[in-house]
Design a protein around this ligand. Structure first.
Ligand SMILES: *[C@@H]1O[C@H](CO)[C@@H](O)[C@H](O)[C@H]1NC(C)=O
Length: 233
C-alpha cells in the first residue's frame, strides 16, 4: 500500500518535470528573455496544449535543452477564458488564436522581427529548421557533425576541395555511420554537377515520404537523407 502511494507520488513528480527545456513566458518575462542577446524559438499556443504537435514540441525542447546548443525554447501559453493571459503577446505578433500553434524564431540580434516556422509540426522538422536558420547543431538521425560542417562549407566555398575533404572524412567513419557518410559525398558530387540538385531531391523525397504506398523503413531512410540534405540548404 505504502509502496503504491510512493509510486503515485513519484509519477506526480515526473509529470511536473515533463516539459524539460521549455521556458514559460508571460508579459513580465518576454522582453527580458527575448532581448536580442540569444536565439529563442517560441511557440504560441493554448495554455494547455496537448496532442501530437505538443508531444513533438516537447521532445524537440528536451533535445535542445540537453544539447550544448546556444538556444532557448520557450512557450507563450495563451489562456482562452477569463483574463486571456498572454493574449497581448500573441496580438503583438499578429498571431490569431485560431491559428495556434504558431512558432516564431527570434534570432540573436533581432528581437522584434521573428521568422515564422511553417513546416510540419514534427520533431525532425523543428530541428532541421533551427539547425538551418540559427546554425544550431543538435544532430538529427543520419547527420554526422564533421560532415555537416563540410556541407556548410561546400555551399559557400570551393566545391572540389571540400568534396575531397568529405571523401576522406567519410572513409574514416565507424561502420554505423558509413551509409550517411557516403550520402554526404554523393550529394556533393551531384550538387557539383547540378546546381539545383539539393532543392529537387528534397522535394522528391518529401513527396515520397507523404506517399502512403511507401513502406515505413523506406520512409525512415528517406527521412535520414532529408536530414542530410537540410545541411546543404
Ligand atoms: C500583462 O498580462 C496581464 C495578465 O494577463 C494583463 O492583465 C495585463 O494587462 C498585461 N499587460 C499588458 C501591458 O498588456
Amino acid at each position: 500500500m505504502a509502496h503504491g502511494m510512493m509510486f503515485l507520488a513519484l509519477c506526480g513528480l515526473a509529470s511536473a518535470y515533463s516539459d524539460r527545456g521549455i521556458l514559460k513566458l508571460d508579459n513580465t518575462t518576454f522582453d527580458r528573455i527575448i532581448d536580442g542577446s540569444k536565439d529563442v524559438f517560441v511557440r504560441f499556443d493554448k495554455e494547455y496544449a496537448y496532442g501530437d504537435d505538443h508531444d513533438a514540441w516537447k521532445k524537440f525542447a528536451a533535445e535542445v535543452g540537453g544539447s550544448s546548443a546556444a538556444m532557448l525554447v520557450a512557450d507563450v501559453g495563451v489562456s482562452e477564458y477569463g483574463d486571456k493571459d498572454n493574449k497581448d503577446l500573441a496580438d503583438r505578433f499578429s498571431i490569431k488564436t485560431d491559428e495556434f500553434p504558431q512558432y516564431r524564431l527570434f534570432l540573436k540580434g533581432s528581437s522584434t522581427s521573428p521568422t515564422s516556422y511553417t513546416g510540419e509540426k514534427k520533431y525532425e522538422g523543428f530541428l532541421r529548421f533551427v539547425q538551418e536558420k540559427a546554425g544550431v547543431w543538435v544532430g538529427l538521425p543520419g547527420q554526422i557533425k564533421e560532415l555537416d560542417a563540410l556541407a556548410k562549407e561546400f555551399v559557400k566555398g570551393d566545391k572540389a576541395a571540400v568534396l575531397a575533404k568529405a571523401e576522406s572524412a567519410a572513409k574514416a567513419l565507424e561502420t554505423k555511420d558509413e551509409d550517411s557518410g557516403k550520402y554526404y559525398v554523393k550529394v556533393m558530387q551531384k550538387a557539383s554537377e547540378k546546381g539545383d540538385f539539393v532543392t529537387k531531391e528534397t522535394e522528391r523525397l518529401q513527396k515520397m515520404i507523404e506517399d502512403g504506398a511507401v513502406k515505413a523503413d523506406k520512409k525512415k531512410d528517406f527521412g535520414r537523407r532529408l536530414n542530410i540534405l537540410s545541411s546543404f540548404a
